[in-house]
Structure formats: structure tokens, C-alpha cells
Design a protein around this ligand. Structure first.
Ligand code: 6GU
Length: 290
């Protein structure tokens, strides 16, 4: 997967060179490039923002700077000819353009899973201040990216998929941290990224909306605190059941909204018993607090 990131703080993304993601880049599973939006400014102050039309607080990022930059990044399409000529009609090489935006749909595990296989190329546009002029996403969604080296207004263009996502109900100073979170969630799902792909299968949110059970390692007693006995029994059936019950109990307390998303029809007899004991009703489509 190729990921391009546009920001006024390209240094922010140095964190992506650490740990597993850094290794994945060295191994060629993902390649990440950053661009400084200010390189596309023309004035001596390198200004990227202006006051909002209609008044109000804060500053809005100027559409023409963003478009000159994105035309160049999105127009660098070693992919375009291959994918449009692809007999199968595959669009997997056409970039998906993503704008982190606190006033957008929530980015979830499902979004990460879908994006990890929808395109081999993602471009992130990270805004600061009060955000980017709203015509920028609209333009690439409807008019599109340039298909030739000519980036002029009359150049042939191809509309592309444009997404906007928030990572949660709180406000950050800009899209950089949100982009890092999304990139980490997406890339760790790429084939070959994980040494042991099993570690993805069982974690929170992956197959159903449940929080993960608590994990322990040795020493089995530490500072007077013991690991639950069952985990040392060697009885895999009982260990699995214990962990499943811990997941259900933990989710009931911390995220009851998630329990309400479970499908009753998919719950085992033992799951139902546990939920009933936790004070939930499981006879409808979804569990409800009794
Ligand atoms: Cl995507 N951007 C900003 N600025 N704040 C956020 C966010 C995004 N998601 C949650 N808060």
C-alpha cells in the first residue's frame, strides 16, 4: 500500500517510522510519503489560510493551495493507466482521498478493515485551524484528479473516492494525530504486516463489538496479586469460557452500548447465560439491559 500525507507539519509523521509500521515500510508492505503544504504557496509569508466567508472565529485553509498540492500528489499516477486499462475493471490502484474532520462520520474498525483492502493507495489531507475550504473534497469527488502531467483546469480529470472521518467525539488541533491513528489501524491489517496474524483475529472489535478480556503474564503472583486460577488449569475449554465471560462482563460495565449491538441469534447458550446473570435480556434481536 502507498500512503501520501499532506500537512503543514510533515514532521508529525516521523512516528510512523517506529515499531511494526517502520518495519513494514522497510519490508515494502507499505510506503509512506509526506508533503509540506507550504511548498505549494506562492506568497512570501507562505500563508495557507484566510478568514471564513460569512464571518466567525478562526481561519479556513485556502482551496487553491490545497488543490495545487493535491493535483500534483494525486496526479502522480504510475497507477492510473494500469488500472483504467485493467480488463477486470479493477479500481484498486485509484487513490482514495481522506480528510480527517471532527465533523464527519466516525472512523471504526470496520472502516479500517474496508480501507485496508479497498485501494492500494491512500492520500491523507490534514487540515489545521477551522479546517479546509469545503469545496476541496467536493471538487475531487465530482471533477477529480488530473490524469496527465497537465494539471490545468481544462486537463482531463477522473473523479475519485473522497472520504472524511472523525476519530472520536473530542476536538484536536488538526488532522495529523487523527491521520496517524487511521493509518496505524489500516496498515496493521495489511497481509504480511503482523508476524502472527492470529493476534488480529481475537482482539477487540474485530469480529464482534466486544472489549478484550484482561491478559496476564508471569510471575503468576506479583506484589501479592495472583493471576486467576483457571488460566493455569491447562483446560483450554474452561480458559476460553472464562475469557469470554470476562469480555462480556467488562463490556457490560465499560461499554454497554456495544453489548446492545450484539446479535442475540449469534450468541451461544453459555453467552446468554452469562448476559442474563449480568442483568441483561437476550430474547430480542439485540441484548437489552433488563
Ligand atoms: Cl479527524 N480532526 C480534528 N481536528 N479533531 C478531531 C478529529 C479529527 N477526530 C476527532 N477529533
Amino acid at each position: 500500500m502507498r500512503i501520501d500525507i499532506v500537512s503543514v507539519f510533515p514532521d508529525y509523521f516521523r512516528v510512523l517510522n517506529l515499531g511494526l509500521l517502520g518495519k513494514a515500510q522497510k519490508r515494502g508492505i507499505v510506503s509512506i510519503a509526506t508533503y509540506d503544504l507550504r511548498d505549494w504557496t506562492h506568497d512570501i509569508h507562505h500563508s495557507v489560510d484566510d478568514t471564513p466567508v460569512g464571518g466567525g472565529a478562526g481561519m479556513v485553509m485556502k482551496p487553491e493551495i490545497w488543490a495545487e498540492c493535491l493535483d500534483e500528489v494525486l496526479g502522480d499516477n504510475e497507477d492510473a493507466n494500469a488500472s483504467t486499462a485493467d480488463a477486470s475493471g479493477s479500481t484498486v490502484d485509484v487513490p482514495i482521498l481522506i480528510f480527517p474532520n471532527p465533523s464527519a462520520p466516525l472512523f471504526t474498525q470496520e472502516t479500517a478493515t474496508e480501507l485496508s483492502c479497498s485501494s492500494r493507495r491512500l492520500v491523507f489531507g490534514c487540515g489545521r485551524y477551522e479546517g479546509i475550504d469545503a469545496r476541496v473534497p467536493e471538487y475531487y469527488r465530482t471533477v477529480g484528479r488530473p490524469l496527465t502531467a497537465d494539471h490545468g483546469e481544462n486537463a482531463p480529470r477522473q473523479p475519485i473516492e473522497v472520504r472524511e472521518y472523525s476519530i472520536g467525539d473530542y476536538v484536536l488541533n488538526g488532522g495529523e494525530v487523527a491521520a496517524c491513528a487511521m493509518i496505524e489501524a489500516i496498515t496493521r491489517l495489511l497481509p504480511g504486516f503482523m508476524g502472527n496474524p492470529d493476534s488480529i483475529v481475537k482482539e477487540s472489535y474485530t469480529s464482534e463489538p466486544l472489549l478484550e478480556y484482561p491478559q496476564y503474564t508471569r510471575p503468576t503472583t506479583w506484589r501479592g496479586l495472583a493471576v486467576p486460577e483457571i488460566l493455569m488449569s491447562g483446560d483450554h475449554g474452561r480458559v476460553d469460557r472464562f475469557r469470554r465471560d470476562q469480555s462480556l462482563a467488562k463490556t457490560a460495565v465499560i461499554r454497554p452500548d456495544l453489548l446492545g449491538q450484539l446479535e442475540c441469534a449469534k450468541l451461544s447458550k453459555q453467552d446468554r447465560k452469562t448476559l442474563i446473570a449480568l442483568g441483561w435480556t437476550v430474547n430480542g434481536q439485540h441484548p437489552r439491559k433488563a
